[in-house]
Design a protein around this ligand. Structure first.
Ligand code: PHE
Length: 338
């Protein structure tokens, strides 16, 4: 029986078969177990010798079972590991690449141009105090210009900034002239949306202050930006305009001339010479903060423009609302490239 069992154990190719063999021999009703049970029927003088014999057989079978079980378990584990192995040489599945938003791209182009001219690039708060968005920019509460920029008011009396010009004030309170900064970020207007108006859009604000800064410097700077955007032949145009925080004030346009034949004047933004009232308001804020008054007698220029207008033309996007609708059909075109 022992030999027969050992053969069957060796022949078992998997753990299930081995378990069956085990049950057949040393299970509760197994052959060896039955033999042991039959001892009681033997005459007492034979019992001891027969019992010892069966025990030897049982121990041998059990040892063979244990050994075979160990081998089969190792084989099963090896097989599983082989099956689960990761083939690092398989080509990967392509994941759709993200891409930079067109507004981000235009901002990068613009800030690169201004960095080359030595400007510091800064950002500032979108939730703003009335004073920084209006009063300090020479727009008192009774001024009709308030209505030109319909405002989202917050419950605590603060507001969503209507332009990035708040950063003129914040930057001048923190820095002394001479200075050159551009500030980019989101602005908000409470107005109906259409193809060219959104309640949230972006601006790039510029500010230069020093001794003897003039309108000529302003025009040269805008022209340099236009050349950076549209090449050496780019043209700029200025038209008188009104903003309470500049005097004189102007709107500027650049000539967009592209191979698709879409050449036209692109109204880009507003600009002008910093109003003396703005310098005064800044010095007041500085004084309140325990700082020196340093803006009296300085001159400077400021400008503000909308990157959406540049991006709409550059990328042929016909409706400003596409920028923020998260439609993969539109934004998906900007995958991968930087
Ligand atoms: N803040 C103005 C606007 O939002 C733009 C501007 C900035 C005009 C700086 C003059 C100087 O329309």
């Amino acid at each position: 029986m022992q030999e027969q069992a050992i053969q069957e154990i060796a022949a078992a190719q998997d753990l299930d078969t081995l378990q069956q063999v085990k049950t057949r021999y040393v299970g509760k009703k197994g052959l060896v177990t039955q033999e042991l049970g039959a001892l009681g029927k033997l005459p007492p003088e034979e019992r001891k010798a027969r019992g010892a014999e069966i025990n030897v057989v049982r121990t041998a079978i059990q040892a063979a079972l244990d050994e075979r079980e160990g081998v089969l378990k190792r084989e099963a584990l090896d097989a599983r590991l082989r099956g689960e192995a990761i083939d690092v040489t398989l080509p990967g599945l392509g994941l759709p690449a993200g891409g930079l938003h067109p507004i981000t791209r235009v901002y990068s182009e613009l800030t690169d141009i201004y960095r080359r001219m030595g400007y510091e690039v800064v950002e500032g708060p979108e939730v703003e105090e009335e004073h920084y968005n209006f009063e300090a920019l020479n727009i008192p509460w009774y001024h009709p210009a308030r209505e030109l920029q319909d405002t989202f008011w917050l419950e605590d009396g603060r507001l969503l900034r209507t332009h990035t010009s708040n950063m003129q004030i914040r930057y001048m309170v923190e820095h002394e002239p001479p200075l050159k900064m551009v500030s980019r970020g989101k602005v908000y207007r409470y107005e109906a949306t259409d193809a060219t108006h959104e309640a949230m859009f972006h601006q790039l604000e510029g500010l230069v202050v020093g001794d003897g800064i003039s309108m000529a410097d302003l025009k040269g700077t805008i022209a340099e930006m236009a050349r950076g955007l549209y090449g050496a032949g780019a043209k700029v145009r200025f038209q008188p305009s009104y903003y309470p925080f500049v005097e004189p004030g102007a709107d500027f346009a650049v000539y967009w001339d592209n191979p698709r034949g879409e050449s036209k004047w692109l109204e880009l933004g507003g600009c002008g010479m910093v109003h003396p009232n703005v310098f005064r308001a800044v010095d007041d804020l500085r004084e309140q903060a325990g700082k020196e008054r340093v803006y009296e007698g300085k001159t400077g220029f400021a400008f503000g423009l909308g990157p959406e207008r540049i991006a709409m033309l550059k990328y042929g996007i016909p409706d400003i609302r596409y920028f923020y609708a998260n439609d993969p059909k539109v934004m998906g075109q900007f995958r991968g490239e930087l």
